[in-house]
Design a protein around this ligand. Structure first.
Ligand code: NOJ
Length: 759
């Protein structure tokens, strides 16, 4: 009863989303094949297809998946995840093909999030490249390695818009912006599934857009927490990136852990059926997240039978790890509490996914040790990893051109990240081998050897053993140095005193961001801050090189260092990339995709906020804090270069347009500094008056422009009236005539503006 109310309300509201291209795409041959197969299937065999256990190890929850091989033989498994390599996959696939009555092949999924074996920067880092072809290439490379390892399904891209850096999973997504996040979603789907969406290619995988939906809006940034959000906000801000993935042809969707306005996503019929399938036209398969059906009991949605039914009827096709579809669905049908049509429908979608991959023709998809040997971590992929790492790095500040480092300088390299290998590949790099990652120190010795460089660890990543114990308990742990914290600092300070410049490489351990890694304090760990403060006392210029998975609060660091380079977790080629950036072989070009707050008290903070009725000013009764400015430390879109870029005023081809017309907005961009370099020129728009309030700025385009020192170029954007559309007072996606502002610049807070009208 409750459900139908939600359905009606939402259908009225979300008319703005058009159905995607997926809807039309039915394949008569596939339908005939699957009809024939399903006619032979028993109810047990059908329910078996809906089961998705973890095999090998359980990473993100309780160890539940037991006796999976036996279940495969009995036809109780549709797909597995958490295993890879040609051998392991072949063995399991053989169980399905040789031992089960109907020989239906298995799906093999895995969390291939930012590379498979070759690890690229964490997604938040990659997004800072603003380089869609590059992002697509990394997903393509990941798919190539994953398929060479026997996989056919990746649990990526994660496109959860996130505006609360306390949430550790901001590391896994593309940041705070809807428009940019949507571009990234498209690039990644194309990368995984192939430009033409030809899933039968031996190097294509099913992509899985997640976590549907709104997982990034967990209250207070605490993982798995409640989401309560207006229809307007979800429609404008949070849903478009998933929709972009659907429109790009994503083959699968993962429903999320969180509730949405009182109904958990995994039990949310409105979300998974009315919106996703009926309105958006998604025709692929939906899998739950890890034990999400079981967790419906904790949400207070009923007992095993009730939650299994809710999840299936809502629109989930595969049950990840809960074992509740195989445990409950048949009994429900026998008790006449569940219409078997729901099982048929879900089974059909799972089989369709297998059909699309060509698994019925070749369950092994050409996996061979040879392909693995030739394709995994080959020279081309390692070069891409280096390029991606370099392009992801963001130069946050650089006083007095402290960077790049100059040859002949005496440099004290200090900090737990200098020789670190374990953390370089970041979170969600399950098949990545951190021992194959290049440490900064090794790269330095190989590429820029000098007897003027010293090293001191200076601090452990963390000193707090209680916190260390909570990080990735099954993974390599931080081992505290045998020297005391005071001795570590002393050694570092001694080196610093003797140097021309200090490079302090600090940050988070990889387990401090990612899943189940929310933090209420997003500063550098206190012991690392102590190190930095002691270094500051030496009076030597400090270059802070950061490795972390989220925006940090860095006000003190900003005020007390000469330069700051954000490197995220850069991946397999971390060391080489950092060395090249620090020494100027690569001129940094990354731009933030998530705002860095001054303090956690400003969170959530994002660039496209609303005006309010009392915009911040010197007046007392305006929207602001008493103790801190409203502005962030580093705004969305911010990122410096070793060179400087000058922007002319904005020129418009006309100052008024009619619906359906375009206008050209241009600036002359000049490289006014000494280095060749690349700038990401950003275009924002503000609708000055609307039937509903509009954000102060919204990103609508960008161009990456490479200029040699001294060179200038006119950069022109074509603005169409589609760029001016929004959800009006009736939730209709449309334009309203009136005044607009257009901004072009080098960050959301550093722009030139011009005015125009929509007639
Ligand atoms: C839980 C995570 O939320 C999801 O992102 C991941 O894909 C699954 N576990 C499978 O490991």
């Amino acid at each position: 009863m409750k459900l139908s109310k939600i359905v009606i309300a939402s259908c009225l509201v979300l008319t703005g989303f058009g159905a995607s291209a997926q809807k039309a795409a039915r394949d008569a041959k596939m339908d005939a094949y699957i009809n024939k197969l399903m006619a032979k299937m028993t109810i047990d065999e059908k329910i078996g297809q809906l089961n998705l256990p973890s095999i090998g190890f359980d990473v993100t929850g309780p160890i539940l998946s037991q006796g999976v091989e036996g279940k495969i033989e009995k036809g109780m498994v549709g797909g597995v995840f958490n295993t890879y390599t040609p051998n392991a996959v072949r063995k399991l696939q053989e169980l399905a093909i040789k031992k089960t009555r109907l020989k239906i092949p298995l799906l093999f999924g895995y969390d291939v999030i930012h590379g498979h074996r070759t690890i690229f920067p964490i997604p938040l880092g990659l997004s800072a490249s603003w380089d869609m072809p590059l992002i697509q290439k990394t997903a393509r490379a990941a798919a190539d390695e994953a398929t060479a390892d026997g996989l056919n399904w990746v649990f990526s891209p994660m496109v959860d818009i996130a505006r609360d850096p306390r949430w550790g999973r901001v590391a896994e997504g593309g940041g705070e912006d809807t428009w940019l996040g949507s571009q990234i979603a498209i690039a990644m789907v194309k990368g995984y599934q192939g430009e033409k969406n030809d899933l039968r290619r031996e190097d294509a995988v099913l992509a899985c857009v997640k976590h549907f939906a709104l997982y990034g809006a967990a209250e207070a940034g605490r993982d798995y927490n409640t989401v309560d959000m207006s229809m307007r906000k979800m429609t404008e801000t949070y849903l478009p990136a998933y929709k972009a993935a659907v429109d790009a042809g994503v083959a699968t969707v993962m429903s999320s852990f969180n509730e949405i306005n009182g109904v958990p996503a995994a039990a949310n019929h409105w979300l998974l059926t009315d919106l996703l399938r009926n309105q958006w036209g998604f025709n692929g398969m939906v899998a739950t997240d890890y034990t999400a059906i079981m967790e419906l009991k904790n949400h207070g949605m009923g007992d095993d039978a009730q939650v299994a039914k809710l999840a299936l009827v809502a629109g989930n096709d595969m049950d990840m790890v809960s074992d509740l579809f195989i445990g409950e669905l048949k009994k429900l049908v026998q008790a006449k509490k569940l219409d078997v049509k729901y099982i048929d429908l879900a089974c059909r979608r799972v089989l369709e996914s297998k059909y699309k991959l060509g698994l019925f023709d070749d369950p092994y998809r050409n996996i061979s040790e040879d392909r693995a040997k030739n394709n995994i971590m080959n020279a081309e992929k390692l070069a891409l990893a280096k390029e991606a790492a370099e392009k992801s790095m963001v130069l946050l500040k650089n006083d007095n051109s402290t960077l790049p480092l100059k040859s002949g300088q005496k440099i004290a390299f200090v900090g737990p990240m200098v020789k670190n290998q374990r953390d370089l590949i970041g979170n969600w790099s399950g098949a990545g081998d951190w021992k194959k990652a290049v440490s900064f120190w090794d790269a330095l010795q190989a590429q820029y050897p000098s007897n003027k460089f010293t090293y001191a660890k200076g601090a452990n990543i963390l000193d707090d053993q209680a916190l260390i114990d909570k990080l990735n308990p099954h993974d390599a742990q931080i081992v505290l140095d045998s020297k005391s914290p005071a001795d570590l600092i002393k050694e570092a300070v001694n080196n610093a005193k003797d140097a021309d410049v200090v490079v302090a490489m600090l940050g988070e351990a990889f387990g401090m961001s990612g899943e189940a890694a929310s933090r209420s304090d997003i500063g550098l760990p206190v012991n690392q801050q102590n190190l930095l403060k002691a270094l500051r006392e030496t009076g030597k210029p400090i270059v802070l090189v950061l490795m972390n998975g989220r925006p940090l609060t860095l006000q003190w660091e900003h005020d007390n260092t000469a330069a700051i380079l954000e490197t995220w977790f850069p991946g397999t080629k971390a060391g080489d990339a950092i060395a090249d950036v620090l020494f100027g072989k690569y001129n940094p070009s990354g731009k933030l995709t998530m705002t860095f707050p001054r303090s956690v008290g400003q969170v959530p903070i994002y660039y496209n906020a609303k005006s309010t009725g009392r915009p911040v000013s010197d007046q007392k009764y305006t929207s602001k804090y008493l103790d801190i400015p409203n502005t962030p430390l580093y705004p969305f879109g911010h990122g410096l270069s070793y060179t400087t870029f000058g922007y002319s005023d904005v020129k418009l081809s006309k100052t008024s347009i009619r619906n359906g017309e375009r206008l050209q907005a241009s600036v002359t961009l000049s490289n006014t500094g000494k280095y060749d370099g690349e700038e990401t020129v950003q275009l924002y728009i503000r609708d000055m008056v609307g039937s509903v309030t509009r954000p102060l700025k919204e990103l609508k385009g960008f161009q990456k422009i490479y200029l040699k020192a001294g060179e200038s170029k006119t950069v022109t954007f074509n603005v169409s009236t589609d760029d001016l559309k929004f959800y009006d007072i009736n939730m209709k996606y449309t334009t309203e005539p009136g005044d607009f502002k257009l901004f072009i610049g080098s960050s959301s807070a550093d722009v030139k503006e011009a005015d125009f009208k929509l007639l």
